[in-house]
Design a protein around this ligand. Structure first.
Ligand code: NAD
Length: 543
């Protein structure tokens, strides 16, 4: 087995189940929802394979019904964080020295368990714990999660296969070692697949991790951890320590063995952690590798040649699916005056149709936002727009947090292209629209490029091919994922490698070889086949 030169075939993406009326998938998902909502899980820390209960606990609730408790979880204190670092370091040698195909087989086993045995349970956990409708839950976890794992096994083979050329008489090799130390994985609430990948991509390349999950995604993240173990991930390779970010961060950042930081979340958190690492540089044994995918202010830019219905559909799906809580969500749009009336009417018609409520009712397209802080933040932006003289709320604008954290899909229209909600990430179901003069296409493209500090995703809508080309050039650095005649959300692993630059992150394209290679520390090995036996060179033979 160990001497096989093994290549995994290129995977195909995990098929997305539709959960259509009357389907057996829907029936099984409904059963899993009933099970999860009737239980109250007790979630421990898992360090070095051992469950640890600190007694310092918090509650996991449903965002759409916040009196309903799904779980009690234990929080790590400084002592447990140090234990997790020690466990990751203890597991490092054996895991990093295991042949990579053995590690890949663990990844594939996790993928298979989520594709089969745990598919509905995972979906139910995400739907109830993170308030996603069945389709949103399905494309995140299991589908993207499975894709991350299968594609990692495939791309890891490509990384290892890339070897230097050997000249005559020499044998050159490259050993892609794991980093010398542990990786700190800090995950966001909005994608369970990302939480998995922040650990499993480094683990694929032989690293061990200390993982602090998001407090508002602990239910599904704990299920991940349990399935990692069931699949045979050895003790200590991933150490699960829920808790307060600042408490965990403080101990982890000070550790001399911190070798990598794998982050997805907001730009401000990333900046805080990077700064803390900078202050600790002298203490580290090696420079930590930093990969962070952060916020976005993603645009839909429309040329007068675009079909209004396509644009309206992209805006409604792009801005309001999962309540706009996707890093890639459309949150600003530039529409030519000649198209605005039609686009507005189509958006209005769709919003009249859309229902908001509990994800257990499959007729609801929109569910709740994640928690009270998020609700208050989003409503703050909406109320700001209501009071502004250069903006108005034209659709939605109401919120109610009495039962769940519900915010209506909201459209703000502004005459000021630098209006606050055209510039800042809101992370909720809110899009701001700026109408431009049809004759000012190029100037408005320049405005789009310079308005926000982010550069994650963006779309251009046009039939005119020259207009598309102009946008392509003017917006070269405005988005790491650029869409033509499509909404700016829904990137698929292996098809549209995902990530942005500027304030949107380090753009290491999660789920692909660019990301995997960051978790390696290459050693070059040169061997002389017949070593020279004299120090001299031919030029020395004559004056
Ligand atoms: P967040 O930054 O609030 O939290 C991310 C993680 O960091 C959480 O686990 C949190 O507990 C922890 N944290 C927060 N402050 C900390 C501190 N001071 N020290 C240590 N840990 C700390 O982000 P979120 O609200 O969970 O997620 C939403 C954000 O993530 C949005 O900005 C979104 O754009 C971004 N996001 C980006 C991508 C991408 O690929 N670019 C994908 C998903 C989400």
């Amino acid at each position: 087995m160990d001497n096989a030169i093994f290549r995994f075939p290129k995977p195909i993406n995990e098929p997305v189940k539709a959960y259509a009326p009357g389907s057996s998938d829907k029936q099984q998902l409904k059963q899993a929802l009933a099970q999860v909502s009737s239980e109250e899980w007790d979630i421990p820390l898992i360090i070095g394979g051992k469950e640890i209960r600190t007694g310092n606990t918090g509650k996991v609730v449903m965002p759409h019904d916040h009196k309903h408790v799904l779980a009690t979880y234990h929080k790590a204190g400084e002592k447990e964080v140090q234990m997790a670092i020690d466990a990751a370091m203890a597991a490092h040698k054996e895991w990093s020295e295991l042949p990579w195909v053995e590690r890949a087989s663990v990844m594939l086993r996790v993928a298979e368990l989520f594709a089969t045995k745990y598919r509905y349970l995972l979906n139910a956990s995400v739907m109830l714990g993170q308030s996603k409708n069945p389709y949103q839950a399905e494309i995140d976890a299991p589908c993207e999660l499975i894709d991350f794992l299968r594609f990692s096994a495939f791309y890891a083979g490509q990384v290892y296969e890339d070897q230097p050329y050997s000249d005559t008489g020499i044998l050159n090799r490259m050993e892609y070692r794991a980093l010398e130390g542990f990786v700190f994985s800090l995950s966001p609430f909005n994608f369970t697949s990302i939480a998995s990948n922040l650990n499993m991509a480094p683990a694929m390349m032989g690293n061990t991790t200390v993982w602090k999950p998001s407090t508002t995604a602990i239910h599904s993240n704990y299920l991940l951890m349990k399935v990692f173990r069931e699949a045979g991930l050895p003790d200590g390779v991933v150490n699960f320590i829920p808790g307060q970010g600042s408490v965990v961060g403080k101990v982890v950042i000070k550790s001399p063995d911190l070798a990598g930081f794998h982050f997805t979340g907001s730009t401000s958190t990333f900046n805080t952690l990077w700064r803390q690492m900078g202050d600790n540089l002298e203490n580290y044994k090696s420079y930590p590798k930093i990969v962070g995918e952060t916020g976005g202010k993603n645009f839909v830019f429309v040329h007068p040649s675009a079909p209004a219905l396509d644009v309206a559909t992209a805006i409604v799906r792009g801005a309001f699916e999962y309540q706009g809580q996707k890093c890639s969500a459309a949150s600003r749009a530039y529409i030519p005056a000649s198209l605005w009336k039609d686009v507005k009417n189509y958006i209005g018609d769709m919003l009249k149709d859309i229902k908001m409520g509990d994800p257990q009712d499959f007729t609801n397209f929109v569910n709740a936002v994640i928690d009270e802080a998020s609700f208050d933040n989003i409503m703050g932006y909406i109320n700001y727009a209501k009071q502004a003289t250069d903006a108005e709320v034209i659709f939605g604008g109401n919120g109610d947090k009495s039962v769940g954290y519900y915010v209506e899909p909201t459209v703000i229209l502004t005459t000021n292209p630098k209006f606050k909600s055209m510039v800042e990430e809101i992370f909720g179901p809110v899009i701001t629209i700026y109408i431009y003069d049809d004759n000012k296409y190029e100037e408005t493209l320049e405005l789009c490029d310079s308005t926000s500090s982010y550069a994650l995703t963006g779309s251009i809508f046009a039939r005119d091919r020259y207009a598309i080309q102009t946008a392509f050039e003017k917006l070269r650095y405005s988005a790491g994922n650029f869409y033509i005649n499509d909404k700016p959300t829904g990137a698929v692993i292996g098809q549209q490698p995902f990530g942005g630059s500027r304030a949107s992150g380090t753009n290491d394209k999660a789920g692909g070889p660019l990301n995997l290679i960051r978790w390696t520390n290459a050693r070059t090995i040169k061997e002389a086949l017949v070593p020279p036996t004299h120090y001299g060179y031919p030029f020395l033979g004559e004056k």
